[in-house]
Ligand binder design. Structure first.
Ligand code: ADP
Length: 192
């Protein structure tokens, strides 16, 4: 595969990075989980995060009373390198349903709000909703990056937002979406 051309940018005071990898290995202050609304664990990235964090993570998420679609809640990271996990619930994709884009954007925005409330400086995201929840990544990536851009327009302690993408097509879609974001917003400055 050709290396995607556009994988790093500054947005105001925050670095935005795209890379391919496993989010459970990230040493950012928080990693974001693409959770379901029960917060009781699941497959995909959720299962991987719970396996890597250990059983105490489930003990804590059990106490939270679930999480609405479009919202996010914070727990500790336990055995993860990341000190915290922000559990964000994206929408199940339904073609023609206009609320899915809003709910996906909300999951990213709320994650960054929760990170800011706790003074966190670095956050790693997976591609929320584009696995079992069926959101086409070509549609989800622009929504994700637009939401992050908007959240970073206000003052925030978050100085690094890293997207940790699991496979080449997902990285490619996000790279294309980042190039398009930079064309729409002059404050998005590419870093070579
Ligand atoms: P959802 O239910 O929100 O769609 P999934 O976990 O099924 O969540 O998929 C979300 C994205 O996370 C997909 O692109 C999937 O390939 C990716 N993914 C799965 N495991 C990992 C991991 N360990 N690190 C990063 N991304 C992952």
């Amino acid at each position: 595969m050709d290396k995607p051309e556009f994988t790093r940018a500054m947005v105001s005071q925050t670095a935005l990075e795209l890379l391919m990898g496993d989010i459970t290995q990230q040493d950012t202050d928080a990693i974001v989980n693409a959770a379901n609304s029960s917060l009781l664990g699941g497959g995909g990235v959720d299962g991987a995060i719970h396996r890597a964090a250990g059983p105490q993570l489930l003990e804590e998420t059990r106490t939270l009373g679930g999480c609405q679609t479009g919202d996010a809640k914070l727990t500790r990271g336990y055995r993860l390198k990341a000190r915290y996990v922000i559990h964000a619930v994206g929408p199940i994709y339904r073609a023609g349903d206009e609320s899915v884009a809003w709910l996906l954007a909300s999951a990213y925005r709320r994650s960054l709000e929760v990170a800011a409330e706790h003074g966190l400086q670095s956050v790693a995201f997976p591609s929320i909703s584009t696995g079992a929840y069926g959101y086409p990544v070509e549609l989800a990536a622009p929504v994700a990056l637009e939401a992050v851009h908007e959240a970073l327009s206000a003052p925030t302690p978050v100085k690094l937002v890293r997207f940790v993408l699991f496979n080449p097509p997902t990285l490619r879609a996000f790279s294309q979406a980042l190039a398009a974001l930079a064309q729409r917003h002059p404050d998005v400055q590419p870093i070579s």
